[in-house]
Design a protein around this ligand. Structure first.
Ligand code: 4NP
Length: 156
C-alpha cells in the first residue's frame, strides 16, 4: 500500500477552528472508507494554548453534529510539519501569511485556505474565539464540512 496523504489543519490557537476541521476531516474519511489513504492532524500558530483541549463550544458543536469521539491536545506547528504534511490548511488570510513566513526553505507542503474548496464560496473561516455565543462555531463547522467534502472529492 502506498503511503497515506497527510493533511494538517492550522489556526491561531488550535482550540477552535482547526480542531473542528480536523474532526470533520477524520469523520469524513472514516465514513467514506478513506482512512487507509488519508490522515489528518491539527496545530496552532501560537504556543499559548499548548496541551489544552478544544474550546467547549467546539466540542458541543461537534457533538451536536454527530461527532462525539473527538479529543485533541493543542500543539504548535513545527518546522518538520512543513515537510511531513502534503497539505497545510489555514483558516484565514492571516493564518496563510504566518504559515508562509514560518515555512522553511525546504518546506514541501502545499499551503492553502481550506475555504478555497467551499462550493458556496465562503472562503474565510472566521475566528469565533472572542464571540459570546456558539453561532460562529456552528458556521465554522458547516464551512469545514463543505470544504473537506469538496477537497476529498477533488483529490481522490
Ligand atoms: P482558533 O481561535 O485560532 O480558531 O483556535 C483562537 C483561539 C485562541 C486565541 C485566538 C483565536 N487567542 O488569542 O488566545
Amino acid at each position: 500500500m502506498s503511503e497515506k496523504k497527510k493533511v494538517l489543519m492550522i489556526c491561531l490557537g488550535n482550540i477552535c477552528r482547526s480542531p473542528i476541521a480536523e474532526a470533520v476531516f477524520d469523520d469524513y474519511i472514516k465514513k467514506n472508507g478513506l482512512s487507509d489513504k488519508w490522515e489528518v492532524e491539527s496545530a496552532a500558530l501560537i504556543g499559548y494554548h499548548t496541551g489544552k483541549s478544544p474550546d467547549n463550544r467546539a466540542i458541543t458543536t461537534l457533538k451536536e453534529k454527530g461527532i462525539s469521539d473527538y479529543s485533541h491536545a493543542a500543539r504548535p506547528i513545527t518546522k518538520e510539519d512543513f515537510k511531513k504534511f502534503d497539505w497545510i490548511f489555514g483558516m484565514d488570510e492571516d493564518n496563510i501569511d504566518e504559515l508562509k513566513r514560518k515555512s522553511p526553505k525546504d518546506g514541501t507542503a502545499k499551503i492553502e485556505l481550506l475555504g478555497k474548496y467551499d462550493p458556496e464560496g465562503d472562503i474565510i473561516i472566521r475566528d469565533p474565539y472572542y464571540d459570546s455565543g456558539r453561532e460562529g462555531f456552528v458556521k465554522a463547522f458547516e464551512q469545514c464540512k463543505r470544504s473537506v467534502a469538496a477537497f476529498l472529492k477533488e483529490n481522490k
